[in-house]
Design a protein around this ligand. Structure first.
Ligand SMILES: Nc1ncnc2c1ncn2[C@@H]1O[C@H](COP(=O)(O)OP(=O)(O)OP(=O)(O)O)[C@@H](O)[C@H]1O
Ligand SMILES: [Mg+2]
Length: 454
């Protein structure tokens, strides 16, 4: 798992180590440069002061050198080696005979190889002789390294201190995140209270706010679900009570006629319960997180003809003139099963609430670039004031619910049909609207699809 703390620490400590290395390298280079300058000047001074003897006429010939006291100790490796020559290039004196410096004739600072080592030589040329002062290049590097070595410890100590402070600051800074995570984890599924936002740092607060808003939505949808479950249980109780009564009636039936009547009642009760359960299932399926949908091109005209075909027997029984109005193929991308349920509910409503002798027209058309499904009847319609509520679950119109009073009398619905229609429409990005037909009687239900059909 990716950790912000580890990620930032890796980068910060990496940068700190790199910075330390760079500081040391720069210190070394600057010191070396500085040392070169100082030592070069030293070499020149030594060579010139040695050459000074030549100027005053003291020629350091081999005979003079022989008279000088000879040195008994071994010269140090860092020491400046001095050499004098006669004008002809005869070695007069060398402070360290092990170092075989070359004879040079020009006054200059040069670098020469002596044996396997590199030396810096200053040559002083005067009328009576030549004096040289030389030093190992390595001696300068060693001096620079020594200088770096001296600041090494303080720098490492400082880096360690800064590093420790970074770790500490990062741990402390990220602590509110841990706290927020623990807060969320400590919550039980039932407690959807918002988390406190006051003590939370600015970086974490959007996350906490998002979680709070999510929990708010969850709480809302949970209460909607609970209400629906309660309503559903309540609605199921009514037909169950009726069924129990009808069973009792059947048990008590004395003659064949009353027995047959009781059986018919019982059958109707069972059918009503089955219808309610079917509608409840449809509600569960048509919700925003219902079943995974199979989206494919659906010809609305074909859909209309198939629903009208299936319902024609029912319409005939009720003496209602049921007609389909379809033009050429009108395809929308949809879940065919869901659209079937939608149109079935609308046609069922029209047939149920339109009295015998009425007319119901079902159609599909292209209007203003939108595919439209519509169902028009010439029944009682829905009063303007009631229209917003008919889409609520379990809402049934007061007076019409008792049935149209014909053969299928008492055919009251469960109040879920239009809620299902609306949910399915929403899932397809379609709008459901209620209108009064031009005749001024009845009801027209329109489902307008958002996208223009392909
Ligand atoms: N075509 C219509 N004409 C008159 N009233 C209607 C029509 N369609 C629906 N309604 C009214 O709207 C109410 C809600 O309709 P909805 O389809 O949601 O429920 P239902 O038909 O009562 O029951 P369900 O469809 O679940 O069996 C109905 O009870 C009825 O009063
Ligand atoms: Mg209905």
């Amino acid at each position: 798992m990716r950790s912000i703390e580890r990620y930032m620490l890796a980068w910060l400590l990496g940068a700190l180590s790199l910075g330390t290395l760079v500081v040391m390298a720069v210190t070394y280079l600057v010191t070396l440069d500085e040392m070169n300058e100082v030592f070069d000047r030293d070499l020149r001074h030594v060579a010139e002061s040695l050459g000074g003897y030549h100027h005053v006429g003291v020629t350091l010939g081999a005979d003079t050198a022989a008279r000088l006291p000879t040195r008994t100790d071994e010269p140090d490796l860092d020491e400046i080696v001095t050499v004098t020559w006669t004008e002809e290039g005869v070695l007069a004196y060398s402070s360290d005979p092990r170092v075989q410096l070359p004879f040079l004739r020009t006054e200059a600072l040069t670098e020469v190889d002596v044996g396997s080592e590199r030396w810096v030589v200053y040559t002083d040329v005067s009328p009576n002789g030549i004096a040289q002062a030389a030093q190992r290049s390595a001696a300068r590097r060693d001096a620079a390294l020594e200088a770096v070595g001296k600041i090494l410890l303080p720098i490492i100590a400082m880096s360690a201190l800064v590093g420790a402070m970074m770790v500490f600051a990062l741990r402390r800074g990220l602590r509110p995140l841990d706290q927020a995570a623990r807060d969320v984890a400590a919550r039980s599924a039932v407690s959807l209270e918002p988390m406190p936002t006051e003590a939370v740092p600015a970086e974490v607060s959007p996350l906490v706010r998002a979680i709070n808003s999510l929990m708010g939505k969850l709480a809302e949808s949970m209460s909607v679900q609970r209400r629906f479950l309660a309503d559903a249980a309540h609605e199921l109780r009514t037909p169950m009570t009726a069924l129990r009564l009808q069973v009792q009636l059947l048990e008590r039936a004395q003659d064949e006629a009353s027995r047959r009547e009781a059986v018919a009642e019982l059958e109707y009760g069972v059918a009503r319960s089955a219808h309610l359960i079917e509608q409840l299932l449809q509600v569960a399926r048509s919700g925003p997180d219902g079943q995974p949908v199979r989206i494919e091109p659906v010809d609305l005209g074909e859909l209309v003809r198939s629903v009208v075909g299936r319902m024609s027997a029912k319409a005939d029984a009720k003496h209602i003139d049921l007609g389909a109005q379809t033009g050429k193929a009108l395809r929308v991308d949809a879940d065919p099963q869901a659209l079937l349920v939608l149109l079935n509910n609308l046609v069922e409503n029209a047939l149920r609430y339109t009295p015998a002798g009425g007319t119901v027209d079902v159609g599909a058309a292209l209007r203003d670039g939108h595919a439209v499904l519509y169902v028009v009847d010439d029944g009682p319609g829905i009063p303007e004031a009631e229209r917003p509520r008919v889409f609520d679950r379990f809402y049934r119109g007061a007076d019409r619910a008792s049935g149209a009073g014909d053969g299928s009398g008492g055919d009251s619905g469960s109040g879920l049909g239009l809620a299902i229609v609306k949910a399915i429409a929403q899932r397809h990005g379609a709008q459901v609207s209620l209108h009064t037909p031009v005749s001024g009687r009845g009801l027209e239900v329109r489902v307008v699809f958002a996208a223009a059909p392909a």
